[in-house]
Design a protein around this ligand. Sequence first.
Ligand SMILES: N[C@@H](CCC(=O)N[C@@H](CS)C(=O)NCC(=O)O)C(=O)O
Length: 213
Amino acid sequence: MAIKFYMTPGSCSTGIHILLETLELPFEAHVLNLPAGQHRAPAYLAINPKGSIPALVLDDGRVLTEFGAIAYCLARQHPRASLLATEPALAAQALALVDFAVGQVHGQGWTRVFTPEAYLPAGLDPAEFPRWREAVQARGRELVQQGLALIDPGLWHRRRRAVLQPVLGRQNGLADAAVLRCPVPADPCPSGGAAGAGRRGLPLRPTPTCLPD
Ligand SMILES: N[C@@H](CCC(=O)N[C@@H](CS)C(=O)NCC(=O)O)C(=O)O
């Protein structure tokens, strides 16, 4: 039985797609239409009760969910591909980066941009919806920008030019897949943003730089 990959093109499942392609693994792609609510259909909830993508069903039937966990499993199953360093501290830095890209940039930032309704207070006057929605999305974009600047100040511009380079060396490809799964908003990169980076334990370059286009 082939691996089954539950995904939506252009969504956060893209990072797992990158890893599967990198490993040249045969898989069945099961495309879910999120706006149509296919991730909430009983058939999919029977596979992943959280109703989220990505999800991977291994050839022995076990179901993997959560980007970091799926990426970790793929890295451990295929050690020769060097998706995750064997040196523990270097691997931990990569996993910290995965966690930050998934939890902060995507989970806090992009989720506000894509699903602002989830952040509106209960009982809000419908006349206030547009103003609140806009404010929530603006905050989301700000969090994305700050997050990407913390990960790698130059990443923003390389991404916009589609010149992608690993953020954590040749090893730890799973961290790159986590970062690459985060789309880049069209707004310009904010200056600053490195404050607090050390506290977060992220492998950072010293000064955020915003290059002109
Ligand atoms: N923590 C999850 C987050 C995945 C996630 O947010 N997926 C979104 C699509 S990008 C989703 O499934 N949204 C549908 C929903 O949660 O209702 C992971 O790391 O895989």
